[in-house]
Design a binder for this molecule. Structure first.
Ligand SMILES: Cc1cc2nc3c(=O)[nH]c(=O)nc-3n(C[C@H](O)[C@H](O)[C@H](O)COP(=O)(O)OP(=O)(O)OC[C@H]3O[C@@H](n4cnc5c(N)ncnc54)[C@H](O)[C@@H]3O)c2cc1C
Length: 494
């Protein structure tokens, strides 16, 4: 016989970790299923190769051109805590232009049917910022001070970022290998683990969900009925649940819905699943300096330049400073034709590792990426780059190049296109012709089935997405708590 839970949450990252924990804390019987392992901070160390096995997914590649050149490398986390276990903790609220674009793109509405805005999300941002311990990072390193000169020389300013790192952060630079001290917030250390220790939340780690189960309703719709997953022993397990939250990240959530047949329900909303992926495409641009920068032993991103953030001002943001660990750095550098750097030019850069400091450019995009499911859930991704998006990429790169030169870099070496900010692939909105899920993140066509992660974001955010994903997750948990009691047999009978 299948197991039963009130709620099943698939994926334990920025979105799923919070929805699951909050509902469990409210007394629901929740099973949180995560394909990665349960690894606490005591097991982290800065051994890049090990961390990439323990905490990272292998990178996925999005095609941007017919000939396969200039792909976007898409990176993400895989463990209980998801990408929050390896991210750099910058925590910034959605901006006024983001809300405006969400309404324009998908008719997203908030309270009283008005266009969704700050008033709808601010209470949830307040809550998340408190629990994640967000603070302002004005403790800039030497490398930030050096590149700041370049920004100033061009008439621009750097500002401290907000970040979910508490005052115990030792600025050791280990964020992407897992924070070894828990000073950096994750959904594991700020939400999930406490609820597990208190006996409120059940986690199935090393378990991959393969199918979202739904059944037809009398009214001609469908409703969630549970999931099927593969446990660590390779056994297929079915869990019945009247409420299912899919939060497997913007690359996998649409695939799970597609493999479960939910993109073929004959409605515009269902056919939109996986067709509106946004990538917030980025590059790291490295200056090679004559002085030691040691940009690998700093908190990676303490400062950012917001002067171009609005779409009308350029549509990009630049953060400072950062430096990938050596294997990732060596495998992501490119030459001027976007070919991987190789041989002597590569050794020259790597020999100067301590003299490098990178600025990180992130560009807004048009959310026209397409996700196609594969049986192994790796997926296929097509992300054409429209002219406007290309202009942003080119302008941002030219600006970073000038900044580093003005700061005294003797050479400038970039990565190709990459992103860790995939979003919008199952977008929410107020219009079922233009969105896959409704303003409460429930699939328009399926009762009790919610999208609880970056996939639901209606248009790519201006800044780093995680805090907004978390605030939406807090809001979603409250919505599910308040509105689904009648779907739970035990509660309905009481
Ligand atoms: C290196 C890096 C640095 C970043 N830095 C920042 C930053 O500074 N600030 C910021 O705002 N954002 C940052 N981000 C992005 C941010 O972490 C993500 O946007 C956010 O975590 C996405 O949340 P999510 O819930 O959509 O997905 P994730 O956090 O990726 O969680 C999805 C989870 O679902 C699991 N999963 C996938 N498929 C299945 C399945 N079939 N069954 C069960 N589980 C499954 C995955 O293993 C994963 O744990 C960074 C990301 C990375 C990778």
């Amino acid at each position: 016989m299948a197991e039963y839970r009130d709620v099943v949450v698939v994926g334990s990252g920025a979105g799923g970790g919070i929805v699951a924990t909050r509902l469990a804390e409210e007394g629901r019987r929740v099973l949180l299923i995560e394909s990665g392992g349960y690894h606490l901070a005591g097991s982290y160390n800065r051994w890049e190769l090990r961390a990439s096995r323990q905490l990272w997914n292998p990178p996925r590649f999005a095609r941007t051109r017919e000939d396969g050149s200039r792909p976007i490398v898409m990176v993400s986390g895989k463990s209980v805590g998801g990408s929050t276990n390896i991210n750099t903790k910058v925590g910034i609220r959605a901006q006024p232009q983001d809300y405006r674009k969400w309404y324009e793109a998908a008719g997203l509405t908030g309270a009283n049917g008005r266009p969704f805005g700050a008033a709808d999300l601010d209470p949830w941002f307040d809550r998340v910022e408190q629990r994640m311990q967000v603070r302002r990072r004005a403790d800039w390193s030497h490398s930030v001070r050096v590149v700041e000169r370049g920004f100033r020389a061009l008439g621009h300013e750097l500002h401290p970022v907000m970040s979910y790192t508490n005052e115990d952060c030792e600025s050791c630079g280990s964020c992407t290998a897992g924070c070894p001290t828990n000073a950096g917030g994750t959904t594991l250390n700020r939400y999930i683990h406490g609820a597990v220790v208190r006996g409120q939340l059940e986690v199935a780690a090393d378990s991959e969900v393969r199918e979202i189960r739904t059944v037809p309703t009398a009214g001609g719709r469908r409703e969630a009925s549970g999931v099927e997953y593969v446990d660590p022993d390779g056994q297929h397990v079915v869990v019945e649940a009247p409420v299912v939250v899919v939060a497997a990240g913007a690359m996998v959530t649409p695939q799970l819905l597609q493999l479960s047949g939910l993109d073929r329900l004959g409605t515009p909303a269902s056919s939109l699943i996986g067709t509106t992926l946004g990538t917030h495409t980025s590059r790291m641009v490295h200056g090679v300096f004559d002085q030691i920068m040691d940009a690998h032993v700093v908190y990676p991103i303490t400062a950012h330049c917001k002067d171009f953030a609005d779409d009308t001002a350029g549509g990009f943001v630049v953060e400072a400073t950062t430096l990938l660990d050596p294997i990732a750095l060596a495998s992501n550098l490119v030459d001027t034709d976007f070919r991987p750097l190789w041989g002597e030019p590569l050794s020259r850069v790597m020999n100067n590792y301590r003299y490098l400091a990178a600025v990180f450019m992130m560009t807004n995009d048009s959310n026209v990426g397409v996700v196609r499911a594969t049986e192994d859930l790796v997926g296929e991704f097509e992300v054409p780059i429209p002219d406007e998006d290309q202009r942003r990429l080119d302008d941002a790169f030219a600006f970073c190049h000038e900044v580093l030169r003005a700061a005294g870099a003797r050479d400038v070496v970039p990565t190709g296109y990459l992103t860790s900010h995939m979003q919008g692939s199952v977008r929410m909105g107020g219009d079922p012709e233009r969105s896959a899920c409704d303003p409460n993140q429930q699939l328009w066509d399926v009762d009790g089935l919610y999208v609880g992660d970056a996939s639901a974001i209606s248009r790519t955010l201006t800044f780093n997405p995680s805090l907004t994903i978390m605030a939406l997750a807090e809001r979603l948990a409250q919505h599910i708590h308040d509105n689904t009691a009648e779907r739970l047999p035990a509660l309905a009978a009481a």
